[in-house]
Design a protein around this ligand. Sequence first.
Ligand SMILES: Nc1ncnc2c1ncn2[C@@H]1O[C@H](COP(=O)(O)OP(=O)(O)OP(=O)(O)O)[C@@H](O)[C@H]1O
Length: 315
Amino acid sequence: MTLSATATPALWCYGLHKKYGARQAVGEVSFAVERGEVVGLLGPNGAGKTSVIKMLLGLVRPDRGESMLLGHRSSVPEARARVGYLPELFRYQPWLTAREVLALHVRLAGARVTDVEQLDCLALVGLAERAGDRVGGFSKGMQQRLGLAVALVARPELVVLDEPTSALDPVGRVDVRDIVLDLRTRGVAVLLNSHLIGEVERVCDRVVILDQGRVAASGTLDELLGQSELRLELTGVTDAVHARLARVGHVERSGDRYVVALGTRAEPAATPDLVAELVADLVRAGARVHAVEPARITLEERLLGILRDPAGADS
Ligand SMILES: Nc1ncnc2c1ncn2[C@@H]1O[C@H](COP(=O)(O)OP(=O)(O)OP(=O)(O)O)[C@@H](O)[C@H]1O
């Protein structure tokens, strides 16, 4: 089945299920990646991320559910030719040079990519100097860089990266971040599975969190991290001061330091007014305000909160 290319998401799946023997690896997973969007797939080990990716790409047959790539069913070769994929476990032909590996993948994708463009792609992943060397002599990180070049070389409309920085040094991770941001600028959709949550937080528009084969939460970073808090340092805290803090949200105290949760849907724009009014009221109620710092939880804190208390996932 083929739908109009631009009307369809880059990637779409509905109700994916997969069992391996008696083990339910994936149950009821549905989500989409829109054109030009960067979506992070997060979750603990064994959550089903790689299984979902393989079903999306037509590499593993789901027991139930449907998925579409660029307006085609995932099993259709034309769809996969427009998708770049860096697998979690990568191994390239050790007897070929980096250039030959790229040329092979360009042929497999049926794309027209000049030699110069292929070399540019190797330069983009930091392998310009090693283009003529055999892959058998590459370090693991260099092989992962080559895998990234393979995923990018045939000008894909969708790029699926399964743990793209697992073997990379810190400079390599920054390179991948820049490459993903550049893909977004060029309107290429990206699905990024990574355990490096800071990396996901920096580059992703939206996040899908899997836990035990199900979508535990999903949403934009603003939706997921809307839970802001105020960190205050106070002395002279009377019952009236405490009551005023508690009117804002749940209060936690450690010595003179107070943390007040602002709620899961706190509007960031409303925070300055809220802070000014609160500080005025606290001072009127007799407190001395030594410090006030509005803060937002990190994606890592939110992820851990969702995984420890699935009932708290409200997105
Ligand atoms: N080929 C397979 N045969 C049997 N079980 C499998 C197979 N592939 C995955 N599984 C099981 O499916 C579940 C999900 O595995 P999957 O690799 O999808 O998780 P993941 O979220 O990608 O994990 P990680 O973060 O550790 O890479 C696990 O319990 C795993 O043991």
